[in-house]
Ligand binder design. Structure first.
Ligand code: HEC
Length: 490
């Protein structure tokens, strides 16, 4: 990794003005060479605005996820020092994976040359420059769909009200698709109507059979449709609407040999989605939209209902008055059945226990891949004590490879990492996901370092999921799909 930085620095040096800080001193002190004789003046209008427009504005615009807009000189000037620091430290734009492993289409790290330009601009006094140099401001379609015009938009039937003193809540909403035939989803975008209180949304697919069973179950129990259940495993209990693992449940920190008991969804196996249903798409700060590569799509069976699992949070009183949300999802369909079918799978461990005060507790989940698959993206998921996560493969020939390494996990920024090239994983490969948790006082996000922590819905409990979208050859395209699926053959 160090070497990669050195090389880009050297190239930046040749290609442009040499505003270079050596990697060893990157984070400290002003860049002296920038203001030296013969060096061109760097201004906001000419040099910095274009960088901010194309690398920062998507989040740093009015009413978006970032705390401030960075479009005009007036808006940017007070942040100059902080911007310099964040781009030099590579905290902005946000990107967590170690670049040594995997290449990703949504890797938005700044070019070293742009980092140097911003640093030089600040060191020269953050001048505005000539208004004539200012490029046209980027245009943003407000409320528009980033994936393009959806073929269909489905929305919660009613508004949900979140009051300032509401506790964190998981609520399921059901939205019938009324699709007469199977469709193949090429792209999906989830739009909360109120991003402040929508912590996450997961859209699950409920087939007509699953829905019928739900309706029957809720009638038998006399409960509202979609009420969360503790489940039959005996490991969980319900705390209001929140599902939590019992403190005295068996403890398995390294679940490598216990894939069934410790959770997860088999990649390409048959047990996909027995609890909530098959996953269609998700939304959380940083996730971005779901857009599958051409020839790849996810099946949404005829007559399915979508279940939005909504995590609403009033953020412990930061909300001043009651607000409403009515989330919707936009879908774009593939025009024909794709060659590759997408399945969302996950290596997960639900049986770990993180002791109070432990600053580096290791939790491992494993999966043996039951058929040839291709991995197309990764999404590590933990809560506030999550520190790092690594995905590895041990191939049938014994070779061990790191697939993804996120050394500094951020709960506030959970991205999906889309591979540039699908990764072929042969049948029999073992996937290992290793995470570390910081339950000590050193973790400033830690809700309570004095408590042992287990798996649970609320953010003050933990989770450990190595999500992956994988593809298999589309069984619907083979002559005898049912036989092919039943035997796992292609
Ligand atoms: C994908 C979204 C996204 C992009 C792109 C992005 N930011 Fe941010 N930025 C955020 C969010 C969210 C925060 C607040 C939370 C945090 O600090 O992580 C933030 C915080 C910041 C802060 C600190 C604000 C504070 O309160 O101290 C600075 C400075 C900043 N960004 C600068 C930039 C610059 C410069 C760029 C482009 C080179 C950029 N960001 C690109 C999302 C983004």
């Amino acid at each position: 990794m160090k070497r990669a930085i050195l090389i880009t620095v050297a190239i930046g040096c040749l290609a442009a003005l040499c505003f270079v800080v050596s990697p060893a001193t990157r984070a400290s002190g002003p860049v002296k060479s920038a203001s030296g004789p013969g060096k061109k003046e760097v201004t906001f209008n000419k040099d910095v605005a274009p960088i901010l427009y194309s690398n920062c504005a998507e989040c740093h615009k009015p009413n978006d996820i970032a705390p401030m807009s960075l479009l005009s000189y007036k808006e940017v000037r007070p942040w100059a020092r902080s911007i310099r620091e964040k781009v030099i430290n590579r905290e902005m734009p946000p990107w967590s994976p170690d670049p040594a492993y995997g290449q990703f289409t949504n890797d938005h790290r700044l070019a070293q040359q742009d980092v140097d330009t911003i640093a030089a601009w600040v060191d020269q006094g953050a001048k505005e420059g000539n208004p004539k140099d200012l490029p046209k401001m980027p245009e943003f379609v407000s409320g528009g769909w980033e994936i393009g015009k959806p073929d269909v938009v489905l929305q919660m039937a009613e508004e949900h009200v979140v009051k300032p003193d509401d506790p964190d809540n998981y609520i399921n909403f059901f939205i019938p698709t009324n699709f007469k035939e199977d469709v193949w989803v090429q792209a999906a975008e989830i739009h909360p109507s109120n991003r402040r209180v929508v912590h996450h949304v997961i859209a699950f697919i409920q087939t007509p059979q699953m829905m019928a069973k739900r309706v029957e179950d809720s009638k038998a129990k006399g409960e509202k449709l979609g009420k969360r259940a503790a489940g039959g495993s005996g490991l969980f209990y319900l705390d209001g609407n929140l599902r939590r693992v019992k403190m005295d449940a068996p403890i398995v920190d390294n679940a490598c040999d216990q894939k069934v008991a410790a959770g997860g969804r088999q990649p390409g196996g048959n047990n996909e989605g027995e609890n909530e249903g098959m996953l269609l798409a998700g939304f959380a700060p940083g996730t971005g939209n779901t857009v599958y590569p051409p020839g790849t799509a996810k099946r949404l069976p005829a007559g399915s209902t979508l279940m939005f699992q909504m995590h609403y949070s009033a953020f412990r009183g930061s909300l001043k008055e009651a607000v409403t949300d009515r989330t919707s999802i936009g879908l774009i369909f593939a025009k024909q059945p794709p060659d590759k079918m997408v399945i969302t799978s996950a290596a997960a461990n639900i049986l770990f226990k993180i002791p109070a005060g432990d600053a580096n507790h290791e939790v491992v989940a494993c999966q043996t891949v039951p058929r040839d698959i291709q991995v197309i993206n990764y999404m590590p998921h933990m809560h506030l004590r999550g520190k790092d996560m690594k995905y590895e493969a041990i191939y049938p020939d014994g070779r061990r490879e790191t697939l993804l390494w996120v050394p500094k996990f951020s709960f506030n920024w959970q991205s999906v990492y889309w591979l540039k090239q699908p990764l072929n994983i042969p049948k029999g490969t073992k996937l290992i996901v290793t995470a570390h948790f910081d339950n000590s006082t050193k973790n400033k996000y830690n809700p309570d370092p004095t408590k042992d922590v287990r798996w649970g819905d609320p953010t003050y409990d933990e989770m450990m999921i190595g999500w992956m979208d994988i593809t298999i050859d589309n069984p619907m395209k083979t002559p005898k799909p049912d036989a092919a699926r039943a035997t796992g053959q292609k």
